[in-house]
Design a protein. Structure first.
Length: 574
């Protein structure tokens, strides 16, 4: 009879409980270090490691050295080994086998017993894919038959004399593979026969597809969803829609199967730090209301699922602890913003709402609040009067540049320094780790004010100052404005006429000889006729028109550049 090829598989449990010791740690990093310290001291390492959630185990793994990783792999359950591989070794819908080998190497290369442990812990499809690398399987049906190996290859016989493994290029075969085959040789004939037949016959594409389905199922148990489902779940929702949804609920119904999901320390740590949300969660933790107490017990799992879906929707590498940490903070900010708005700033009402609706609803409310700003920013950046195709939008000075680029992202974000009104002489673009999700209505309102100002720029440059598209490349609005003023200072009309270096230097000297307040007053007066600005209005007035605020900010930035002798981007005659 043909040897068995199909695998009999029982789905392993993925539920992992956490103990109070790990949850009481001061933070994820500290908890990881504490766990590793205890690992070498406890008599039963498995009792210490088994309660860890996948995300927390991943942090412990990142913190550990190779010796500690041997202990971690030795103490981990199969579900935990699967979780580590799921988080760290799947950059796309195909596994990274090099990453899998690197993860299991500490234990698999220690000795044959370690490799045997890994052999049992690793998912069958991934194990077969690793064993298939750089090898051929020979099966002799007749004892008198001879195998025909490739010249220079290495042939490993199995005890029955029927199966042979050929390392086609021995230099490419890793020690992990060699030890796994050595562990396989020690197994009973029926077990190694089944595995060798799989290595011999199974197609890599089919193995990858099956492994991907099992991974998706395990991740779903942890609150993750497919990217398509996660993106749809991030649809913006108005305050009225969210209020109606909550009011129409006659009873509390969880939105996804959440039994057994725990709130990882990593997520718990990132959920802290927003005053309103901190107070809401504190109220829930100390509630004595029986009905609310029952509902509050599901908030932790729901927060976990919400963050996991957010991470998936934003295409975050779920094995990258730093990226996951940042996205957790983004999810926290958006949750807090939407919850605060719906609760009208009342923490007690916020606690009631968080028990009455899935946390993602409040995140959707935040996206709904930001959607009009995002739409306006997208439209402004596409305005043909000021931006050319594939332009980097350098016409916008800081802080407008970063605010606009942050708004048009999939998840609108901002750079805190810009939101606080800090100005810069260059169009600085924040690095990936400097973007922050909106967390308060004050931040949203500040961005709306900047957007109002930025929306005045096309009319100011083209209709007011006479600059015709396309604008000079890599020249900011502040320098274009100074060019127009410099023309007026030489007796010409305000406009986009090129300057000589001599006139540019003369304008610089005149601008810097007076203080900033006098410079602003004189400049606004000179610009009054072409910008519809009332020269009688003080530049320090609290209720300035958006165009006045724009010009004032551009003049301040321009003067800083003049103070640094930066005339590079004024329209000089070359």
């Amino acid at each position: 009879p043909a040897p068995p090829k199909n695998r009999e598989r029982l789905r392993p449990p993925t539920t992992m409980k956490q103990d109070s010791l790990f949850l009481s740690a001061v933070g994820a990093k500290a908890a990881a270090e504490q766990t590793l310290q205890q690992l070498s001291e406890v008599d039963d390492p498995q009792a210490l490691i088994a309660p860890l959630s996948p995300q927390d185990l991943n942090i412990v793994w990142n913190t550990a050295d190779d010796e500690q990783r041997i202990e971690l792999l030795g103490a981990a359950t199969k579900a935990q080994t699967d979780a580590l591989v799921d988080l760290r070794c799947w950059p796309s819908d195909r596994p990274n086998l090099d990453a899998v080998e690197q993860l299991i190497a500490p234990l698999a290369t220690l000795n044959i017993d370690g490799a045997a442990k890994i052999f049992q812990q690793l998912e069958p499809e991934l194990r077969t894919l690793i064993l298939k690398r750089f090898v051929r399987i020979h099966v002799l049906e007749d004892v008198n038959e001879e195998i025909q190996p490739t010249p220079g290859s290495e042939v490993i016989p199995f005890p029955d004399g029927k199966y042979f493994v050929e390392y086609c290029d021995p230099d490419l075969v890793s020690q992990v593979q060699r030890n796994l085959y050595d562990a396989l040789k020690r197994m009973p004939f029926e077990e190694y026969q089944r595995e060798l037949e799989c290595v011999h016959h199974d197609l890599p594409s089919e193995l990858e597809e099956t492994a991907f389905r099992w991974r998706g199922s395990r991740l779903a148990d942890l609150g993750f969803a497919s990217r398509a489902e996660s993106i749809a779940w991030l649809s913006p929702r108005t305050i009225a829609e969210a209020s109606r949804l909550i009011e129409e609920q006659t009873q509390f119904v969880p939105q996804s199967p959440l039994e057994g999901i725990t709130l990882p320390v990593l997520y718990s740590e990132q959920l802290q730090g927003h005053a309103f949300l901190d107070r809401v969660l504190e109220l829930l933790a100390n509630t004595t209301d029986a009905e609310q107490l029952e509902r509050a017990s599901l908030v932790g799992p729901q927060l976990t699922a919400m963050i996991n879906r957010f991470i998936t929707a934003t295409q975050t590498d779920i094995g990258d602890v730093e990226e996951v940490t940042r996205r957790s903070q983004w999810a926290r900010n958006l949750l807090a913003l939407g919850l605060h708005r719906l609760a009208e700033g009342d923490p007690l009402r916020g606690a009631q709402l968080l028990c009455a609706a899935y946390p993602g609803v409040f995140l959707q409310v935040s996206l709904g609040l930001l959607q009009p700003l995002r739409r306006r920013a997208t439209q402004l950046l596409a305005d043909p009067r000021i931006t050319a195709p594939r332009s980097t939008y350098r016409v916008f000075d800081s802080p407008y540049h970063s605010i606009l680029l942050g708004l048009v992202r999939q998840i609108p974000v901002h750079w805190p320094a810009a939101s606080k009104g800090e100005i810069s002489t260059d169009a600085f673009e924040p690095s990936a780790d400097q973007w922050v999700a909106y967390a308060t209505q004050e931040e949203v309102d500040a961005t709306a004010q900047y957007l109002e100002e930025a929306e005045q720029l096309p009319g100011l440059l083209t209709h007011g100052l006479g600059f015709e598209p396309p604008l000079p490349p890599e020249t900011s609005a502040s320098m274009l404005l100074l060019t127009a003023l410099a023309n007026a200072s030489t007796g010409d009309e305000i406009g986009p006429h090129p300057l000589s270096p001599k006139n540019a230097q003369l304008f610089r000297q005149q601008a810097l000889v007076v203080d900033e307040q006098e410079f602003l007053t004189d400049a606004l007066s000179a610009l009054a006729t072409v910008t519809d600005i009332d020269p009688r209005i003080s530049p320090e007035a609290a209720d300035l028109h958006p165009r006045q605020r724009l010009i004032k900010r551009l003049l301040k930035i321009g003067r800083q550049r003049l103070d640094g002798n930066d005339l590079t981007h004024m329209l000089l005659l070359r």
